[in-house]
Design a protein around this ligand. Structure first.
Ligand SMILES: [Zn+2]
Length: 453
């Protein structure tokens, strides 16, 4: 009996080594510091309320760069600089409008999709063709010419991970315009990529192909999408659509970089970052203001605890993730040109919700090492470590230089309620949930700095 009991205790707790105890105590100090003296919530308030939406090329993005450089310096960076890159300059250009004609008529909640081109100033009036999927589009291809195609493809509620529903519906927003233009459509409307119940439209990125006409595209709120879909099942309906979007020539943007110099290996780097830009209609609080303030908080915490890293840690606020990833590409190109050695790049781009863990894009033998740290992260919520996942800003580091990458995985159940929508504002971020994200990220950076990969 006694042996069995001892066996169970051993299995539950495992043998605790001195190193693990030391790590566990240091991570506890990280947590205490952030939960007591953290600045991330106040920093997020400043970024979202004083600056707001910050699309590449906008004056708000320039303000955000200055804010980022100042805040990194105040947090204690040894060095702060701006890394220049050319960025696209897309402008919404005014209020996007869709009115369904006839009885009952209705003005829909819409947003032009990012990187789409506007209608003429007079707008377009045409019959609306409902399609529920790309297969449906193919089946009706002979009826598309001259119509506004309405893609009513739903965010699939059966996926437990909302990222899976997003990836599943993503091709409609990205490629729906060109695919409909191929059969002669004059514009497209797309059901917003969200499982939310409200009527906010959600924008995001569109990519035109090089072959077909570049027709206007809007995302519509899902209550309006449901209404319109019902209407179209009963009668033929036409709609008036007017959008104003256009491009100005590419302009100069910057990654904002702060550095904490390593004591033993100053020329070996660990990168941690998030994207500073956001879509224009929102404050970009969850996407990705949260990641920005997570990043800065790690720096501030290491300084407060007088932690001197062995390797140089770079805190990077990336430019232009949303409609070009030019910042992430520039950072990787420069790392490659300078033959920099990077141990790991970590990104936070899933919002400031309660952390659940991390996803790692690295070789199996590296992941085997990392997964042993789960027990150290678990008390702070971040113990679910997954082999896989890709983060946009740091993916060029992985593709060009084969640098291992990781992403913070917060609880995403509410993320797509706000993503790329006007309700992504400071008020929806919870201070404590946000702080828990920084704790787990700081702990992971500390472990990589100490043990390497
Ligand atoms: Zn993002």
């Amino acid at each position: 009996m006694v042996k069995v009991v001892l066996g169970i205790i051993f299995l539950l707790s495992g043998p605790v080594t001195f190193a693990q105890q030391e790590d566990s105590l240091f991570i506890r100090r990280i947590a205490n510091e952030i939960l007591t003296n953290g600045r991330s919530y106040d920093n997020l308030r400043e970024l979202t309320k004083k600056i707001g939406g910050r699309l590449a090329g906008s004056t708000q993005m320039v303000m955000a760069e200055k804010w980022g450089a100042k805040t990194l310096a105040q947090a204690g960076a040894d060095k702060v600089w701006l890394q220049e890159c050319m960025v696209p300059h897309w402008l919404r250009g005014g209020k996007d409008e869709v009115t369904v004609k006839g009885s009952p008529g209705r003005s829909l909640q819409v947003l032009a999709i990012g990187n789409s081109l506007g209608t003429s100033p007079a707008g377009i009036t045409a019959d609306v063709l409902l399609v529920n999927s790309f297969d449906d589009l193919e089946a009706r291809k002979d009826s598309v010419k001259g119509k506004i195609v309405f893609y009513n493809y739903k965010f699939n509620p059966q996926y437990i991970d909302p990222n899976d529903a997003y990836e599943d519906a993503y091709p409609y927003r990205e490629a729906g315009a060109s695919r409909a233009a191929h059969y002669g459509a004059v514009a497209v409307m797309i059901r917003s990529l969200t499982g939310s119940t409200d009527n906010h439209p959600h924008t995001g990125l569109l990519k035109y192909d090089s072959i077909n006409p570049k027709i206007p595209a809007v995302a519509i709120g899902i209550q309006d999408a449901d209404w319109l879909s019902k209407q179209l099942q009963q009668h033929k309906r036409s709609a008036y659509i007017k959008t104003n979007a256009h491009f100005l020539p590419d302009t100069i943007g910057h990654n904002v970089i702060g550095e904490l110099t390593g004591s033993e290996f100053p020329d070996q780097y660990i990168t941690v970052g998030a994207h500073l830009d956001s879509w224009d209609p929102a404050e970009g609080a969850q996407d990705d203001g949260a990641g920005v303030v997570h990043t800065i908080e790690i720096l501030q915490t290491f300084k407060a605890l007088h932690y001197v890293p062995r390797h140089t840690i770079r805190f990077v606020l990336f430019a232009n993730e949303e409609n070009g990833v030019r910042g992430g590409k520039k950072y990787a190109e420069e790392a490659m040109a300078k033959k920099e050695k990077h141990l790991l790049a970590l990104e936070s781009d899933g919002g400031g919700f309660t952390p659940r863990g991390f996803g790692f894009n690295m070789k199996a033998e590296m992941f085997a090492k990392v997964v042993k740290w789960a027990g150290l992260l678990a008390p702070y919520g971040g113990g679910t470590l997954i082999h896989g996942g890709e983060e946009t800003d740091i993916s060029p580091l992985n593709h060009l230089l084969h640098i291992p990458t990781a992403g913070l995985n917060p609880d995403l159940q509410r993320y797509y309620d706000y993503h790329h929508s006007s309700n992504d504002v400071f008020e929806i971020v919870n201070k404590r949930e946000l702080e828990l994200g920084s704790i787990n990220m700081a702990a992971l950076i500390y472990l990589v700095d100490k043990y390497e990969l």
